[in-house]
Ligand binder design. Structure first.
Ligand code: ATP
Ligand code: MG
Length: 413
């Protein structure tokens, strides 16, 4: 894409209410735009990244055998009354009435909706197990929305719900989801820990959280110094690792995913049953699995930034290469830059061509702020057959001959 054709409103100004790097940079680099407390518009760059993250989540879940659906955003309050959760969830639920006085809530999570969906469509053990997920808007009227995408009121969540004949099979799926989440977080280039967790308002027993390690994290976790054990401090934790006996160290994490062994809590409450192989009605045994898809954008930047701006990881970056034309009035720079742009596009590489009329200094500043992994600069040395390649993470520069440029760039993406 061409910079001149996309809306990327970068700014030097730090928003008043922003303290975290991810909040500041996602706004300053033109990824998102706040318009009310806890509410954000995704601008073109934000939408591109969100779609990339969403695609990774979808790909890995589909590979694990889960199936995507899309539930309505508006849920009858009766669903939440039937499950007994309407009061427990409390003021985080945004409630309203339609013109006939019927009560509704905006989806904050969808256990009830999904149980009702399955109840209406699965009658027999022959159709189990099944894992259904959606990547959809959620609304929670958070008491203190803050930190940009980290704790919004409207946000994008991947929520999956699995249904089983017994708890052994549910635990098998729970372990599969743990492995699937690990693949997703690894592909996103995140440094994360899986920790034992409390189950909160959703209920259920065994539960684990996926924590992105970052000083700004709102959760305090204890992680083992030698094995991979970790626990949220909300859960009873001692000073030594229950797995290997070594010391536990306290650190901060951003909760980006949460997986639960639910059991029959919701199927019992909503009377959702299937016929087992003896023809006997049994409640579905459930698991539920969430990922904060929009929160991931903030988490990636909390872990990957410097004092100049964002540093996107390989698979999360809005573009792989940022081509900069130093001076748009120089025909040779325009011609050579456009040639590389077309060659990279032909290879299926996402590339941004900075073809704006602005000064070179402004373009470099925007490159550093936006955080695309590699820049290729067509400038003065082009007359000697040389261009400059810059790595965003290290800001390391190297001169590359134009003849060898395509290969050099391909090596880095
Ligand atoms: P938190 O403790 O941070 O409030 P939660 O326990 O309420 O999270 P879940 O109900 O398990 O979260 O929701 C699944 C995932 O959705 C969380 O792991 C998190 O990544 C994301 N999430 C939850 N609340 C928000 C929010 N207000 N803004 C953005 N993402 C959120
Ligand atoms: Mg919460």
């Amino acid at each position: 894409m061409k910079f001149s054709q996309i809306l990327i409103p970068t700014t030097k100004e730090t928003p008043n209410d922003a303290s975290l790097p991810s909040h500041i940079y996602l706004i300053r680099a033109g990824f998102i735009q706040g318009y009310s407390s806890g509410l954000y518009n995704m601008l073109p760059l934000g939408k591109i990244v969100l779609d990339k993250v969403r695609a990774i989540v979808k790909e890995e879940l589909d590979n694990a055998g889960a199936m995507e659906v899309s539930l309505g955003f508006v849920t009858p309050s009766s669903f939440w009354k039937d499950s007994g959760r309407i009061d427990k969830y409390g003021k985080e639920l945004l409630k309203f009435e339609d013109r006939h006085g019927a009560e509704f809530v905006l989806s904050a999570t969808n256990e009830e909706s999904m149980v009702n969906l399955v109840k209406g469509s699965i009658k027999s053990y022959k159709n189990l197990p099944i894992n259904l997920y959606q990547i959809n808007l959620k609304f929670r009227d958070e008491i203190r929305p803050r930190f940009g995408l980290m704790r919004g009121r409207e946000f994008l969540m991947k929520d999956a719900y699995s249904f089983h004949v017994d708890s052994d099979d549910m635990i098998r799926e729970f372990n599969l989801m743990e492995a699937t989440y690990s693949k997703i977080f690894t592909r996103l280039g995140l440094d994360f820990r899986i920790v034992e967790a409390d189950s909160g308002a959703i209920g259920g027993s065994g539960s684990k959280e996926f924590m992105i390690l970052a000083d700004s994290g709102e959760d305090t976790i204890k992680v083992c110094s030698s094995c991979n054990y970790g626990a949220n401090v909300e859960v009873e934790t001692g000073e030594v690792c229950p797995k290997c006996g070594d010391a536990l160290n306290e650190t901060k994490g951003i909760e980006a995913g949460h997986i639960f062994q639910l059991g029959t809590q919701y199927s019992d409450a909503l009377d959702a049953k299937f016929l087992d192989n003896n023809g006997k009605a049994q409640p579905f045994v459930m698991g539920t699995y969430g990922i904060g898809v929009s929160r991931l954008l903030a988490g990636i930047i909390e872990q990957n930034h410097d004092d100049k701006g964002c540093i996107w990881t390989k698979e999360s970056a809005p573009f792989s290469v940022n081509i900069i034309i130093s001076n748009i009035k120089k025909e040779e720079e325009v011609a050579e830059a456009t040639k590389l742009y077309n060659e990279l596009k032909a290879k299926g590489i996402d590339v941004l061509l900075d073809d704006r009329k602005d000064r070179f200094g402004a373009k470099i500043k925007d490159f550093e702020l936006i955080g695309i992994p590699t820049a290729v600069i067509f400038g003065k040395k082009l007359s000697d057959g040389l261009v400059e390649v810059v790595e965003r993470r290290t800001l390391e520069k190297s001169e590359v001959s134009v003849d060898n440029l395509l290969n050099e760039v391909l090596k880095r993406v």
